[in-house]
Write a new protein. Structure first.
Length: 394
């Protein structure tokens, strides 16, 4: 209880104090009460959401008997503050990292080779795809009143590409850096936009967070052990709190609520059937329709994630209702389609360890392509303005 209250209390104060004061202030204004004096200029500690989750997972796993407490404080401190994944994940479990830290870390040739590969491909995703798409997104969402519905739809598609390329790129760099130190981190993304339903999406998107939410929140609330109605409530509560975890804004709560509703509806229509984890081995019209439908549902939720305020969100909907097209809108839709195609090609090469394209390319071609990616990424990095990783904000 001390661990839970201290960790969650610190997180609540630094991240949510002003948010709750502001929300309560809207109520008190009805009675002409001013609460400005309660607002504090709080500086948010770097990575607080991620290492809070990791520390809590250790405490809960020890409490549940799934993990024996470590007697080495240095190992525990390293687990909490391991720098490659400290500020944006993946959120690691003590059962995975502590056994590695207790040994003499020495990277193998295989780990070094894999680490270099992950760093290069991660930087390519973040810099060439994420940052480039982000320039369009920042311009469109920063001046929404100047653009038409078609242009803003293109901006939303580009944001879905930006956040995926940026975050999955960071996760690859973090994993690659850890491998160079002899440490293996978990895979955090498995081509989520190839998902055929929303449940599969959450098994492929930010896997470390979704597994933590499932194990430490959903199951703790009762999971599916107390009937179907309670299951839906637990799903919704888990995703609402998951949304709030991302940031102190009602937009994030709505984002989480929409995903909770999607998951509940999918579970309702699925019934007692289980979602298959089998990889796509043969592309069909049915598969393409399922993937596109899932992507559209996820795309809609990204609006609440990207819009800076509720006013910006409502302006977006007004632009869509009062639909207007333009030459620039058509151009932006083509640009967004090009970025989507680029991500599809990259994910095909990665999908299920390359099962869709296995054996298509020689070793020499792969090394040549990797070298070209590294050179192009470096050239772009030196001439472009640096952009922070999106998840540094959370």
């Amino acid at each position: 209880m001390i661990s839970l209250f201290s960790n969650l209390g610190i997180l609540a104060f630094f991240k949510y104090f002003n948010f709750f004061v502001g929300s309560f202030e809207e109520i008190t204004q009805i009675f002409e009460e001013n609460l400005d004096y309660l607002h504090l200029n709080i500086i948010l500690p770097v990575g607080i959401s991620f290492y809070t989750f990791q520390t809590l997972s250790y405490t809960i796993d020890v409490y549940r008997g799934r993990l024996k407490p470590t007697n080495n404080f240095v190992d525990f401190a390293l687990f909490v503050s391991f720098f490659p994944q400290l500020v944006a994940g993946p959120i690691e479990r003590a059962s995975s990292l502590l056994p590695q830290f207790s040994t003499r870390l020495s990277p193998s040739k295989k780990q070094i080779k894999e680490g270099v590969f992950l760093i290069i491909t991660g930087l390519f995703r973040k810099v060439l795809i994420g940052d480039t798409a982000g320039k369009y997104v920042d311009q469109l969402f920063g001046n929404m009143q100047l653009y038409t519905g078609a242009e803003l739809i293109a901006g939303l598609i580009l944001f879905s590409i930006q956040i995926y390329a940026d975050f999955s790129g960071y996760s690859r760099v973090a994993r690659g850096t850890a491998k160079l130190l002899g440490v293996d981190l978990m895979v955090n993304f498995e081509q989520p936009y190839f998902s055929r339903n929303i449940t599969e999406f959450w098994r492929r998107w930010h896997i470390s967070l979704s597994s933590c939410l499932k194990d430490y929140l959903y199951i703790s609330l009762g999971g599916n052990r107390y009937g179907i109605s309670r299951t839906y409530i637990n799903l919704m509560l888990t995703m609402l709190l998951g949304g709030l975890w991302h940031g102190a804004s009602w937009n994030f709560v709505i984002w989480g609520g929409l995903h909770g509703m999607y998951l509940a509806l999918h579970k309702f229509f699925l019934g007692t059937k289980k979602v298959s984890n089998e990889a796509i081995k043969r592309v069909s019209l049915k598969t393409i329709f399922q993937i596109m439908s899932t992507y559209v549902l996820v795309l809609f939720t990204w609006l609440f994630f990207r819009a800076s305020s509720w006013e910006a969100t409502t302006l977006f909907f007004k632009k869509i209702i009062n639909w207007q097209n333009s030459e620039y809108g058509s151009y932006l839709l083509l640009v967004s389609a090009a970025f989507v195609l680029a991500v599809i090609v990259i994910d095909l090469l990665d999908y299920n360890d390359g099962v869709l394209l296995r054996g298509k390319f020689s070793k020499a071609f792969r090394y040549g392509a990797l070298t070209c990616m590294f050179i192009i990424t470096l050239a772009y990095m030196f001439q472009a303005k640096s952009s922070p990783f999106i998840y540094f904000a959370f």
